[in-house]
Design a protein. Structure first.
Length: 70
């Protein structure tokens, strides 16, 4: 899976499938550490994103720690 930041969007290329995520999109992120988070994309930068969950907790996640985004 390749994750890139382009034009304020999060671009995911996985098994020849291309998905684009924007601010406010609901996602489930599987981490390389066998942990997962559900929430909304609050901020996207060149190498990380900020995820806000339903309890208003925010998590800064580096692209290199992300295993899969659904």
């Amino acid at each position: 899976m390749k994750i890139t930041y382009e034009n304020s969007n999060l671009l995911i290329i996985d098994d020849e499938e291309k998905r684009i995520y924007n601010l406010g999109d609901a996602v489930n992120i599987s981490m390389r550490t066998s942990y997962s988070l559900d929430g909304f994309i609050e901020e996207i930068s060149e190498n990380k994103l900020l995820l806000k969950d339903k309890n208003n907790s925010s998590y800064s996640i580096g692209f290199d720690y992300i295993k899969k985004i659904i």
